[in-house]
Design a binder for this molecule. Structure first.
Ligand code: ADP
Ligand code: ADP
Length: 228
């Protein structure tokens, strides 16, 4: 069974041309799918529908075979990592990572919070920095804290919306390596939106190309970028 299935998914804002138009795609368990396409082609809209932040106009989205069209974001067990990581400057790294668990008041006993945060910190090699404030971290460490927030939810899948696009080239390269490593360790199903061909080549199992809301092609990065 696919981890995430999109079946004839449509999004219309008002009565304009559909922002996402009849998109069907099956994403396997553990697969890393890159979503590319020009600005305005519907990439963010697609991610937001999967995570549940946007209603879908037509079609179906399933997670592990369950239709989630009417499920609230918190019931989909997905974690979204946005382009602008907003960390809370007054909170420690530990509390920044714990934040999504604290939001669901009383659901996670303190020892469960601690267990999850420490596990996420280990995956991201942040164990030494849990007591620090974001201002005392490097850019790369801050990005890892933001990813820790996604990991701590023990999400079924990760959705990334151009997470590295605001970084300089050096940090982007480092973070690409970090994400690849995290993916190898966790093997979590991922949809990753990017403009960057290197990211697509190094991270993606498959690349899905969206244009004007329509899925044009889904292929391995090699097949796509090394075409004669
Ligand atoms: P991308 O992420 O590929 O840049 P988006 O999903 O942001 O594309 O946008 C796809 C299309 O939907 C664009 O034409 C955009 O203007 C339109 N759109 C996105 N969000 C809204 C909104 N909240 N209301 C109306 N139109 C929107
Ligand atoms: P409410 O119904 O409480 O007003 P929502 O249903 O919009 O709020 O979202 C609340 C919950 O949804 C959050 O506690 C969080 O677990 C989850 N959530 C919100 N945004 C995201 C996101 N970008 N990625 C993943 N989960 C999210």
């Amino acid at each position: 069974m696919a981890a995430i299935t999109l079946s004839h998914v449509v999004k219309k804002y008002g009565d304009g041309f559909p922002a996402v138009n009849d998109v069907s795609l099956e994403i396997d368990d553990g697969e890393f799918v890159i979503l590319v396409g020009p600005s305005g082609c519907g990439k963010s809209t697609l991610l937001r529908m999967v995570v549940g932040l946007e209603d879908i106009s037509d079609g179906e989205i399933s997670i592990d075979g369950d239709v989630v069209n009417d499920k609230a974001p918190r019931d989909r067990r997905l974690a979204m990592v946005f382009q602008n990581y907003a960390l809370y400057p007054h909170l420690s790294v530990f509390e920044n990572i714990a934040f999504p668990l604290r939001l669901e008041k009383g659901k996670y006993p303190e020892e469960e919070v601690r267990r999850r945060v420490e596990k996420a910190a280990e995956t991201l090699e942040l164990q030494e920095h849990l007591d620090r404030k974001p201002a005392n971290l490097s850019g790369g460490q801050r990005q890892r804290v933001a990813m820790g927030r996604a990991i701590v939810r023990e999400a079924r899948a990760f959705l990334f919306d151009e997470p590295l696009s605001n970084l300089d080239a050096k940090l982007r390269g480092q973070m690409r390596t970090e994400i690849a490593r995290m993916q190898r360790r966790l093997g979590t199903t991922t949809i990753y939106v990017t403009h960057d061909q290197t990211e697509a080549m190094t991270l993606g199992d498959r690349v899905a190309v969206l244009k004007k809301g329509v899925l044009q092609q889904v292929a391995s990065p090699r097949a796509l970028y090394e075409q004669p």
